[in-house]
Every structure is written in structure tokens, then in C-alpha cells.
Design a protein around this ligand. Structure first.
Ligand code: GLC
Length: 548
């Protein structure tokens, strides 16, 4: 194991983290203000979503200058201060690199669009006629440019033009930019939708949305190996790739050390278990069996292939997990802790998204005016224009919108939950008065203290890193049980995913009469003696260290 594999990474969505200046949106100095809290929590890296210059149409994932801080977030001096203050606390920054596309306001695109023979024309992807590929934010993936009479490709919003990675000049510019940030002292990179960068030259189409042609595309591994040589090699950096609709075999290749590509990969299959027939914008319960099966397949597959998983429930694109797979009412605390346990004992590097460590919930916004996200607003309009009822449209949005995870961090009971002295850019959930950092710091039974304990535990319990994953009771309707096995010892991780009690029977070899048991963590205060017959209370979860 390498040193970084002990790490836990905390994700900050700076727009909603903390405003030092008292503005509608957060800023970099607002993060500096909270570094002592993050050190107390025990995290090693901060992944901060993009704060570079951007028209903010997709909240910074539409970059118009890779070398400048967006003025809403502060200055380059603030960024330098953040890097150095974090370093003083043993924390490193991970920069979010968005290079599948740029904003159409980027100077390269402004050049490219100006004429057919402009030297930057080939920085982007142009065609005389569009094919039938669809944008991930709805509608066609092609936008017509009247001035030059061609269409350009945008897999996301029409203001996010896809870069042409087959052009060596594009790659050289990207690597130069990454070296600039590396040399400033960042500790690694999170690479936005990086498995979409290589499109097949003939732009094939069929009766699907086209993703199967450009996902994990023809030259993606080669380009990542080039990035490794040009940026990472010989430097102490950890790099996580965001892999959209990817496949296991590719994630093994991206993340196994011999490939010299990335340290680890995010995939989203486990977060599509509430997308019936892969339809996101439909309100639906989650499929628990599928959730377990997907996690198990990825644990076993990545382990067999020598790859490394980035583990996560939440990020800025996802609803809050306690509202999604737990219970954000009566069992909020127990279910938030259960979900944390289920994830943190898997093999891989856990990511904690701001507010997850408090058990923050979806805000329950029921009017479209309360939403800000470009994807949500695009989908709302498309569905409304296609005749969907307001009630049906909003029911799906309330469950699925990315804004569920983007409401301001809940710090205390001051105005605006302590996020800012000014009026925030998006609403604050009414439960902020009860769910906030200040109250949980004072409460040793809080979700926050539980996360802190989990984070500390992986440094002292080697099986969390190295143990071989083995699923148990795979067909059980409400329990996800698994082992992490070592020589003559193992961790037993039991999680009841529902608000009803249940009984399980463990195989005899797991927990026999002579087995020594040590309780590592549990979300109920008392933990009766355990045998092969176990009863679990609502959302109960605990981990035993067992020695033969
Ligand atoms: C990633 C980001 C998301 C963004 C998209 C386009 O999925 O996480 O927020 O909208 O890429 O850059």
C-alpha cells in the first residue's frame, strides 16, 4: 500500500461552503476560515470544485481562463494563502481540472469560432452536419455556429464546447496548465469527465444517445499515459478521474499502478439504482439488491485487477444520501451513520462531501424558482414543453436535482446558517437550525463525531485498506453484510438499510464460539453479544474485528 491510500478526501463546493466576504456565494478565504475544522475532522485532501474564471453557467465547470481565479472566489493571492495554510495543517489541495470542454467564452473558442482557417479551429470539434448524439444536459449535442456554417460538439451545455484531444496542441496546452498548478503546490487533481475526452473520428451513431461511442473512447488510455508522463511522473500527486458511464475493465486499467494513468476512479453505477431503466428524471425508490450487487461487483473486480476505487455517496451532482438511501426523518442520525459505515469499510479512498458529515438532507424545494442548476432548468423546460404535468415534473426534480446537494453548508444557528452575512445564492433548508456543525461538535453521539471516528480508524486498522472483500447474505432483502478478510482475522460489517428490525444468520465460519470479537464502531449505544444469530434494529450498523 502507498501512503496516500490511508487518506480521506473532503469535497468542497466553494460556492456553498463559506463566504468570508459576506456575499451571496462562498469564497477561497471562506475555506481558509474553516481549515481548523477540517483538520479536526481529520481529512488529508480537499477536492475543491472549480474556482477558476468562468461565466458560471455550470457553476465553474465552464472555464474561460485556466490561469485566473474567478473574481467571485477571490484572487490568486487568496489561492496561494489557502494552499499554504492548508499545508500548515497537513492538508493538501486537489484541483478540479475540466478539460473535456471549455466555456465558449474561453479565448481558444473565441478564436476558433472566428474563421475556418483560424489556428485554434482544431482545438474544438466541428462538423458540417450534426449526428444524433445527445447532450447529457438534454437536447442535441451539437450547436450551429452561423459565422462559419458548422456545428460544434458539446456533450454538456451548449456553452461548454468539447476540446479536440486528437490535436496534439490541445494536449500540450492542457499539460502545461496542469504543470502550472502542480508547481504552485497542489497535491493532486480531480479530472472532470475524463473518460469522455477521446471521440471516435467517424462519429458513429445508432438509435441510442451516442454515449457508448465516446465513453472510454479509442485513445483515452494513451492520452492519460501521456498526461502521467508530462505532469504526474516523479511528483507526489494523487489523481482521481471522474468516469462517466464507464466499465469496470476500463477503471482497472485507469487506476492500476502499472498502467501509469491515475490513482483511482469515480464511477456512478451505484448511484443509478434509483433511475428506472436508466431514466434519471423519474421519481423512484432505490433498488437495494442492485445497490449491493454493484458495489460487490466493483469491489471484487477492482481488487482482482489491482485497481483502486474512489468511494462516495455524495457530491455536488447528487442528492443527499440520507434522503436518498436512508431516512431523513425519524432515523436520520442512525441511517446517516449506517450509510457512512457501509461505505468507509469498503476498499478504496472515501470522499466526504461537505455537509455529509452532518447528515445534511435534501432541502425539499417544491417550486422551480428555488432551483439554480442549469441541468435541472434545462430538463424542466424540455419536459414541460413535451407536455409533462407540473406535479410530475417537480416530483422528479425534488428527488433528483443536483441542487439538493448544493445548498449552503450549515455551520451554526446564526443568520443563513453561518454561511454568509449576505443573502445566499440558493435557499437554506429549514432544518439548518437543528442540523449544523456547532450543535454536532458539542454532541459526542452526532453524525459528525461518528465521521471523525471513521476517518481516524482507517489509520490504525490495516484491514480497512488491505482486507479482501467478501459479500455475505447476498440475497438478503434489507441487510448489506460483508467481510474484509486477512490472515486469521477479519472485519465483519453489518448494515440494516431499512427502518424495520430484522434477524440474520451468519455462516458458522464467520463467527464461531472461539472467535475473539472486538467492536470497532456501532451506531447504537449498546451492542449486545454477537453470535451467528444476529438481530438488527432499524438502520443498525456495526463492525466487529474477529480473530480466530
Ligand atoms: C461533471 C461535474 C458536473 C459538470 C459536468 C460537466 O459531471 O461533476 O458538475 O456539470 O461534469 O463539466
Amino acid at each position: 500500500m502507498q501512503d496516500w491510500q490511508h487518506s480521506v478526501i473532503y469535497q468542497i463546493y466553494p460556492k456553498s461552503f463559506h463566504s468570508h466576504a459576506g456575499n451571496a456565494t462562498g469564497d477561497l478565504l471562506g475555506i481558509v476560515d474553516k481549515l481548523d475544522y477540517l483538520k479536526w475532522l481529520g481529512v488529508d485532501y480537499l477536492w475543491i470544485t472549480p474556482f477558476l474564471r468562468s461565466p458560471q453557467r455550470d457553476n465553474g465547470y465552464d472555464i474561460s481562463d485556466y490561469y485566473a481565479i474567478d473574481p467571485s472566489y477571490g484572487t490568486m493571492a487568496d489561492c496561494d494563502l489557502l494552499i499554504s495554510e492548508a499545508a500548515k495543517r497537513g492538508i493538501k489541495l486537489m484541483l478540479d481540472i475540466v478539460v473535456n470542454h471549455t466555456s465558449i467564452e474561453h479565448a481558444w473558442f473565441q478564436q476558433a469560432r472566428s474563421s475556418l482557417d483560424n489556428p485554434y479551429r482544431d482545438f474544438y470539434i466541428w462538423r458540417d452536419q450534426p449526428n444524433n448524439w445527445e447532450s447529457k444536459f438534454g437536447g442535441s449535442a451539437w450547436e450551429y455556429e452561423a459565422q462559419t456554417g458548422q456545428y460544434f460538439l458539446h456533450l454538456f451545455d451548449h456553452t461548454q464546447a468539447d476540446l479536440n484531444w486528437d490535436n496534439p496542441k490541445v494536449r500540450a496546452e492542457v499539460f502545461k496548465m496542469m504543470r502550472f498548478w502542480r508547481d504552485k503546490g497542489v497535491g493532486g487533481f480531480r479530472l472532470d469527465v475524463i473518460n469522455l475526452i477521446s471521440k471516435p473520428a467517424d462519429f458513429p451513431e445508432d438509435n441510442t444517445d451516442g454515449r457508448r461511442f465516446y465513453t472510454d473512447g479509442p485513445n483515452v488510455h494513451q492520452y492519460l499515459q501521456e498526461m502521467h508522463r508530462e505532469v504526474f511522473a516523479g511528483h507526489d500527486l494523487i489523481n482521481v478521474g471522474e468516469m462517466s458511464s464507464t466499465r469496470l475493465e476500463h477503471c482497472v486499467r485507469y487506476s492500476r499502478p502499472e498502467s501509469k494513468e491515475l490513482s483511482m476512479t469515480f464511477n456512478f453505477h451505484h448511484l443509478k439504482v434509483d433511475y428506472p431503466n436508466l431514466q434519471k428524471w423519474v421519481r423512484a425508490d432505490f433498488d437495494f439488491q442492485q445497490l449491493k450487487r454493484i458495489f460487490s461487483d466493483w469491489q471484487l473486480g477492482m481488487q482482482a485487477g489491482g485497481g483502486w476505487n474512489a468511494l462516495f455517496w455524495c457530491n455536488h451532482d447528487q442528492p443527499r444520501v440520507v434522503s436518498r438511501f436512508g431516512d431523513d426523518g425519524e432515523y436520520r442520525v442512525a441511517s446517516a451513520k449506517m450509510l457512512a459505515t457501509a461505505l468507509h469499510f469498503l476498499q478504496g479512498t472515501p470522499f466526504v462531501y461537505q455537509g455529509e458529515e452532518l447528515g445534511m438532507t435534501n432541502p425539499g424545494f417544491d417550486r422551480i424558482e428555488q432551483y439554480r442548476d442549469v441541468e435541472t432548468l434545462n430538463i424542466y423546460r424540455l419536459k414541460r414543453d413535451a407536455g409533462e404535468s407540473e406535479v410530475g415534473n417537480m416530483a422528479a426534480i425534488m428527488q433528483k436535482s443536483r441542487d439538493n446537494g448544493r445548498t449552503p453548508m450549515q455551520w451554526n444557528t446564526d443568520a443563513n446558517a453561518g454561511f454568509s452575512r449576505g443573502e445566499p445564492w440558493i435557499g437554506i433548508p429549514v432544518n439548518a437550525a437543528q442540523i449544523n456543525v456547532q450543535s454536532q461538535l458539542d454532541d459526542p453521539e452526532s453524525v459528525l463525531h461518528y465521521y471523525r471516528a471513521l476517518i481516524a480508524m482507517r489509520r490504525v486498522e490495516p484491514l480497512i485498506l488491505e482486507g479482501v472483500y467478501r459479500p455475505l447474505l447476498a440475497e438478503h432483502a434489507q441487510v448489506w453484510a460483508y467481510l474484509r478478510e486477512g490472515q486469521g482475522e477479519r472485519l465483519l460489517v453489518l448494515n440494516n438499510f431499512y427502518g424495520t428490525p430484522c434477524q440474520i444468520e451468519l455462516p458458522r465460519e464467520v463467527i464461531g464460539e472461539t472467535t475473539e470479537q472486538r467492536l470497532l464502531i456501532s451506531n447504537y449505544p449498546d451492542c449486545p453479544a454477537r453470535t451467528t444469530q444476529v438481530s438488527l434494529r432499524p438502520y443498525e450498523s456495526f463492525v466487529l474485528h474477529l480473530t480466530d
